[in-house]
Write a protein that binds this ligand. Structure first.
Ligand code: BEZ
Ligand code: FE
Length: 304
């Protein structure tokens, strides 16, 4: 038996994992262990700091509920979610395909279905009404009839339904089906920028770093069509003061929009509108899921 020192303990820990049958899991755990040990050596991690880290992660876990995912929030503010998205884009997104963005912690499965042109603002309809219209196509521009467009956003006060009212209500979110030419249009109200949830351990973490905690105004969009890679993205408003300093690093130039009157082709010329076409990439055989996030309820252990 060998006494383990600051370097050999890393090799020994990885060696003990070498029999992990799943090769991908083996690769990920070995790399995670190597980097974690390297991090501890780099900062010369002290016992009280190690314990503070454990307490922080414990609090993050305890803050998770069926309606709140504090671990995803942590991944977001660390830039990890953006990194995973960027790598996912680089791997399978066709050059002309729409860029992805964060799913965020407020996505909910089974949002209500709406007919073309209806408004998702049911309970909180205050604010500037606007129209979003466009076409869903593949990366070559061929229409994808029947594509499903799932949108969700804050109300004009910057609150998601889960924050504004009790969880039994769905508001400011909905699913639309594109027509036979892949065209869609919907109505909503203009969201405003908002703070990520600051009342938990991740909020404290952001606060202690002197960061503002804001996200620029945006509308989340998840587009799906048979045979195509699910598109998880968001449209960001150019006129938001924090467009260049998103706390969770979700903004890309190609996703920045601004509503305007008189857009050619708008189905509602009486309202300000945004024209945005979504281009989906082909789904490659064996490709995994595209969501860097989940409905928080799906990540809770089953009761009992
Ligand atoms: C959001 O866009 O809803 C969001 C994303 C990441 C962290 C917090 C909120
Ligand atoms: Fe959001």
């Amino acid at each position: 038996m060998q006494d383990l020192d600051r370097d050999s303990v890393t090799r020994e820990a990885i060696a003990q994992m070498a029999a992990t049958p799943d090769p991908r899991m083996r690769e990920i755990m070995a790399a995670a262990t190597r980097h974690l040990h390297e991090f501890a050596r780099e900062v010369n991690l002290k016992p009280d700091e190690w314990l503070a880290g454990i307490a922080f992660l414990t609090a993050v876990g305890q803050a998770c509920t069926p309606y709140r995912q504090e671990f995803i929030l942590l991944s977001d503010v660390l830039g990890l979610s953006r990194l995973v998205n960027v790598m996912h884009d680089a791997e399978g997104r066709e050059a002309a395909g729409t860029e992805t963005s964060l799913l965020g912690p407020f996505f909910r499965e089974k949002a209500p279905e709406f007919a073309p042109g209806e408004s998702i603002a049911i309970h909180d309809a205050g604010g500037t009404e606007l129209v979003i219209f466009g076409q869903v196509t593949d990366a070559e521009g061929s229409p994808l009839p029947g594509a499903v467009i799932d949108v969700w956003q804050t109300n004009a006060e910057g609150l998601y339904d889960l924050q504004a009212r009790d969880a039994s209500v769905m508001d400011m979110r909905g699913r639309f089906r594109a027509d036979g030419e892949g065209r869609f249009h919907l109505r909503t109200v203009k969201p405003i920028g908002y703070s990520i949830p600051m009342d938990g351990p991740v909020g404290q973490f952001v606060h202690r770093q002197n960061r503002h905690g804001m996200r620029p105004a945006h509308i989340h969009v998840l587009v799906s069509a048979e045979g195509h890679r699910e598109l998880v993205t968001a449209l960001y408003f150019a006129d938001d003061p924090n467009i260049g300093s998103d706390t969770v690093f979700g903004v890309s130039q190609s996703l920045v929009v601004q509503e305007a009157m008189g857009q050619p082709g708008s189905p509602r010329p009486d309202l300000p509108s945004i024209h945005y076409d979504f281009r989906l990439s082909r789904l490659e055989a064996g490709e995994g899921g595209a969501r860097v996030g989940a409905d928080p309820s799906s990540l809770m252990p089953a009761a009992g």
